[in-house]
Design a protein around this ligand. Sequence first.
Ligand code: SUD
Ligand code: ADP
Length: 288
Amino acid sequence: MTHVSTAPLTLIAPAKLNLFLHINGRREDGYHELETLFTFLEYGDELTFTVTNDTEIKVTGDTNGIELEDNLIYKAARLLQQYGDCKHGVRIELLKRLPMGGGVGGGSSDAATTLLALNKLWGCDLTLTELAELGVKLGADVPVFINGHTAIAHGIGEQLENVELPPSWFCVIHPGEHVSTAKIFTHPDLKRDTPKLKADWQTENLGNDCEALVKKLCPEVEKALQWLLKYAPSKMTGTGACCFAEFSTEAQAQQVLAQLPEKWTGFVASSATLSPAHTALNAHFEMK
Ligand SMILES: C[C@@](CO)(OP(=O)(O)O)[C@H](O)COP(=O)(O)OP(=O)(O)OC[C@H]1O[C@@H](n2ccc(N)nc2=O)[C@H](O)[C@@H]1O
Ligand SMILES: Nc1ncnc2c1ncn2[C@@H]1O[C@H](COP(=O)(O)OP(=O)(O)O)[C@@H](O)[C@H]1O
């Protein structure tokens, strides 16, 4: 057995925002062709990995009633262990900050951070492309977190084109509703016919094709978007339910968060061109 470090390693599994989300069509297998701009936030779940010398995979902490075998963290670790023929195990402690089913990609980000971390800690040595190919089996959103760079996604969300955006601050609010991605994508009223982007697109002018339907199904999402609109243009991320507004300074974003009605939760975070999981992992392994 190769020698691996059993010292704990803590990484952030960052939130993502879809700065716009267009649906261009539906494939025969039911998946949708998308064009969407992903950015990461300097805010997320926290995962602490401790490698063990047996082959067990344990997930502890804020598992929120999700059965071990259903947890995307466990699924990611098991997939890599099998694919990489790894003889080690791991204990993963989860601190959950991202609202589940909130459109900020918490489950996918947890899965991607697990793949990235264990690939290093277990010494599997897969490339990012190989990890993304494994990751897409767990969810269409996992590859963007493996790629770790602000990107436009095409296809079902797995074909990525890196882009550079100026840094910004976001106020993200969760209107207390859980929106099922599958429910939105199977709904007959979903808008699915937006033409592909032309070369001269500008984020400010582009919206989210899921927004109209989610507003109709979840009145709190409509209220949250209206509330944010008092301060800045507001948008929904992914298939909801979180909504966000963009600001040039932290102070402006914090001022809005301070007014948030008590029934909702929210946070302020800056965008990150490189995912904080990648930044921390690169720093940790360069230091060694
Ligand atoms: C649409 C996005 C935008 O970021 O929504 P959010 O989940 O973040 O809100 C994602 O791509 C979602 O990615 P992810 O949440 O990983 O999706 P999956 O688990 O693979 O699929 C959840 C459900 O959405 C449908 N789905 C997903 C992606 C896609 N391009 N077309 C689809 O029709 C799948 O058929 C499935 O029923
Ligand atoms: N570690 C995890 N964190 C969050 N959700 C998870 C996790 N493992 C499995 N899930 C399941 O995935 C679903 C979608 O979660 P999440 O990624 O938070 O939503 P979204 O893609 O809308 O941001 C949850 O409702 C939950 O049942």
